[in-house]
Design a protein around this ligand. Sequence first.
Ligand SMILES: Cc1ncc(COP(=O)(O)O)c(C=O)c1O
Length: 321
Amino acid sequence: MPDRAIANSVLDLIGNTPCVSLTALAAGTGCRILVKLESANPGLSVKDRAANQIIADAERTGVLKPGATVIERTSGNMGTGLALACLRRGYKLVVVMSSGNSVERRQMIAALGAKIVLVPQVTGGPGEVTGADLLEVEKVTDALTKKLKAFRADQFKNVSSVRAHELGTGPELWAQAKGKIDVFVSVVGSSGTFTGVSRFLKRKKPTLRCYVVEPKNAAILSGKKRVAGRHKLQGLGYMEVPQLFDRSLVDGYLTVTDTEAVRTARQLAKLEGILCGFTSGGNVAAALRIAREAKRPLTIATVITDSGLKYLSTDLFPIPR
Ligand SMILES: Cc1ncc(COP(=O)(O)O)c(C=O)c1O
């Protein structure tokens, strides 16, 4: 962005997010935990980067024509990012989502002018979107894409998702840490973040280790046999291996329970002043485990994927009685 002081569009404010060392939470571990605050993006999540990159790349390659309709199935964050990109770049947006996702996500997307098609849940409870729910959402999205002759952003297959992080998040993190990173950990949804950041960091430092973080009940990527599927980490763990996932970058898999993710998100708020959601709690819980078990001082980097403001209707931050 040419001028940080005055931007011509909120899209110019995507990326260049701050990075914070968790000095309170990591105290006593002998390690440094760095978190990139993707919650500071205009749509309050990491998905702004992928959304804007998908639309920009599709415009550049001529796939997306002026005034066209864009469509996507999303748990909410991609929908918010696409809503921003579409409204500023002049496209109509249709977002298809499961009714299991938090209500704030729907409100944000609607406020940003997109049309929302809500698909009733098949199996999960509130806040628990399962693989079966996703299949239903996929069916509706597919049919609507054809009917509306829309451009499908296709975050789970579109390589622009990875490019956004290979060109943005990875290099920013590397520069902010001045090249002092030993480990990167990340949850995986479309895998844009994990694949893009890991690819860039490993190119810079081949000995750097990259770990996938998965919900304990949906540890599909690590090939766990018994999987229940239900979990609170909205935005990932859908029981399918995303096409963009690059297994050659993985040094190991860590699982986190809902309880660990929730506890860590609450600690991030109380001890660090970082208000974030479930998956960020999962990322930091995994980073803390590595820090506690480390045999030497390590710098571990991860991502605060979205803002806790997106979860105020859930049980993540209960009102004290
Ligand atoms: C809250 C949250 N965390 C993590 C992710 C995963 O990010 P990625 O799709 O880059 O793997 C998503 C994806 O939508 C998300 O919404």
